[in-house]
Write a new protein. Sequence first.
Length: 368
Amino acid sequence: MNTEQSQPDNDEIDLADLIRSLWNGKWVVISTTIVAVMAAVIYLTITPKTYTGALEISPLSSVDAEVYLPLNESELIGINNKQLETLFIEDILTYEALEASIKESSYLEKLATESELEFSLRISSAARKFTVSKQSNKKDKEQQTKWTIALTTQRPELAIKVVTDAMSIANDNVNRQVQNMMDKHLAAYSRGITRELEDIDTATSIVLNNEKLKTQFRLAFLDEQASLARAIGIDKNTLTAQTFTTQSALVTSVNKEEPFYLRGYIAIEKEMEILSSRQSPQLFIPELISNERRKQQLLKDSSVTYAKKLIALTPIGTEAFEAVSYDLASIDFQSKTKTSLILALSIVLGGMLGIFVLLIRNAVVRKE
């Protein structure tokens, strides 16, 4: 009877015996824990650490952008900080600046067995690990979004150099682009003035030719009428006129259907003399007077010269040009490798392994 009752008690784990066996085997637990920690340390030592960081890109401040105010007020050309930021982001998003920077640096080394195409593809892949994106700034109360370049790298110092050179390359590209835009705009404005001047000269020439023909026709007609008047002896005007009185004025009416030679050859030949002696017929054509006025305005237009002077007052085309604002010193690299977590897990797992070894050993001993 006693033997049957004691059987279950032998199969149950006595808590006191468990604590005693763990204490007696504490060096086993300590040893497995030390081994696990050493393995974790070796892993952390031989495994390259990966770091992450980000560079914020902002438009030029209103103070820095004040240098462009006179140019913008000229109404002919202009540029503002938002436009400069857009041009810069468009350039950096092509990743060409980053690729050029990586190629010129020692960030990647060309392998002996690698072809130029394979190396270029590897450079392109590495460049796209510098992620350019628009993100909201959590520290900003207004929750404004800003462009950032996120860096994930095992060599933060070289990564910063790559970003520095890429930002410089993109800035130079925007500088040239803005300068070309200004030059093209001013050239187009100058061409517009030249075309309008040519149009005015063409229109003036056509009107003068037409007026010359009209004058020739008029002189031929007058010469014929003067000859008729001389032939029949009409020297003075003999056109009949009717005079009648209205309530407000005395009105004289000439019958236009009567022959022109009745005016007399003296008046007709005098008109011929005046028409033939005109040195500046354009003075008698209102259309040409307005054309000449517009031509003088265009010839005196100094908008392009003034705009070029305003451009010279800006950093455009100089080494001082800056398209955006950024601070490389603000990049705070954080290690993605969780050293503390790995060490803590190694201690826990090492201890658990030691306890497991003790439990197995005790179970084997009891069965024996």
